[in-house]
Design a protein around this ligand. Structure first.
Ligand SMILES: Cc1ncc(COP(=O)(O)O)c(C=O)c1O
Length: 397
């Protein structure tokens, strides 16, 4: 065994950092892995983003197996080098048709799709107007692009309008999520678009939590708001949420997609999306097309569960799609609340700084259409029973 010289200890600060985070209730650790296969009847999973209940759909799983046989385990190279496969092209074409846009480009994740499109569309001297609650990947993209960043008040069209009116920048991109990932509220997309038009700004919509849930048959936020096909709107989405797979996608006008192919470094310098993931997402799009009722059912389940929790006096956000949150009094009480729910068979997400936009920790609940009334009642009972608000002062709803 090799003996290392540990003086000086270059990474001693890491232990201090972990200790500090632990004291503040903000340390993160991987939880115990879930049992496989998930005992769905005993365990109610509200912690994931499988909003259309497709991750284990037989046709989706079969598509993965067929793709592995046909294409192997990985793409073996970047799309522009050796990793391009027919399944990528089929997925892009069907996703574009499904969402009503001209073209699509798939990435290895939505995180990378966001980095890729923001850096392709903005540069030093550009302005990005970013909603204050926007996802970390969008902010990271803005920083990487070296653009000037203006944070607009959350969900506020007038805040965006004021920034646009005051800006001398020649190139502007307004960026928002469609359904915000933490509270599940909806951005005022049509009004934002009108403001963008007045100023000649582009609009980028992250539809990670809208695709598969919002609009007619889950065709996503652009389709739902009549913005699909607009020449100055682009969207990104995740293949790892409603589509039950892994990966990301850029959706929009043909010229923007062609530009992204050559200018998005997270596309250029990255092994192509695994063909198995592409095949799974493709199978999911086809299921959604055949079963458009899944989207509406997911929305209805979210509203019913949020309503039940609100009647119990919990501070619940109001879901526009299939995800919503319940505020906790503090980061450490949120962690304890989630842990108690888990030990009673209900898995919930636990969001603390820096994953929350406003410093307030929350439980985050994502639902899907197959959650029946009995499971919803049990989940609501467990969440309410373990609520830390029972002994604390409840905030106004
Ligand atoms: C709004 C939003 N955008 C992007 C992402 C990144 O998605 P992916 O997991 O596909 O990288 C997420 C997921 O956390 C998200 O919530």
């Amino acid at each position: 065994v090799k003996r290392w010289d540990t003086r000086p200890d270059s990474f001693a600060w890491v232990d201090d950092s972990i200790r500090r985070l632990r004291r503040a209730g903000l340390h993160r650790e991987l939880p115990e892995p879930l049992p496989e296969p998930l005992p769905e009847r005993e365990l109610i999973d509200l912690s994931g983003n499988d909003y259309a209940h497709l991750a284990r759909h037989p046709l989706v799983v079969q598509a993965v197996m067929d793709a592995a046989t046909e294409f192997g385990a990985g793409a073996t190279g970047a799309r522009l080098v050796s990793g391009d496969r027919p399944v990528h092209r089929r997925l892009e074409s069907e996703l574009a048709t499904f969402t009503g846009v001209a073209a699509a480009l798939v990435f290895s994740s939505a995180y990378l799709a966001n980095l890729g499109i923001v850096t392709a569309m903005c540069r030093p001297g550009s302005l990005v107007v970013l909603d204050a609650h926007a996802h970390a990947s969008l902010l990271d993209g803005c920083k990487l692009a070296g653009a000037d960043i203006a944070l607009s008040d959350h969900g506020s069209v007038s805040s965006v309008a004021k920034i646009l009116a005051d800006s001398p920048h020649p190139r502007i991109l307004v960026i928002t999520e469609s359904v915000f990932s933490v509270d599940g509220d909806l951005a005022p997309l049509e009004d934002l678009y009108q403001e963008c038009r007045k100023r000649g700004a582009g609009l980028l919509v992250d539809d990670a939590h809208g695709l598969g849930v919002l609009g007619d048959g889950g065709r996503g936020a652009l389709h739902a708001t009549g913005l699909a096909g607009a020449p100055d709107v682009v969207a990104t989405s995740s293949l790892g949420k409603s589509l039950g797979s892994q990966g990301g996608v850029l959706l929009g006008p043909d010229r923007v997609i062609r530009h992204a192919v050559g200018s998005s470094r997270s596309f250029l310098f990255n092994t192509a999306l695994a063909p198995t993931s592409a095949a799974a997402a493709l199978a999911s799009v086809r299921v959604l097309t055949r079963e458009p009722e899944r989207a509406e059912q997911a929305r209805a389940v979210a509203q019913a569960l949020a309503q039940t929790l609100a009647t119990q006096g919990l501070p619940v956000s109001s879901p526009a799609a299939a995800v919503f949150s319940v505020r906790a009094p503090s980061a450490s009480s949120a962690v304890a609340w989630a842990r108690k729910c888990r030990s009673d068979g209900v898995l919930v997400g636990c969001f603390r700084p820096p994953s929350v936009p406003d410093g307030h920790s929350r439980l985050r609940l994502g639902v899907h259409p197959a959650l029946d009334t009995k499971q919803r009642a049990r989940a609501a009972d467990v969440i309410t029973r373990h609520s830390p608000w029972q002994d604390a002062l409840r905030p106004p709803l």
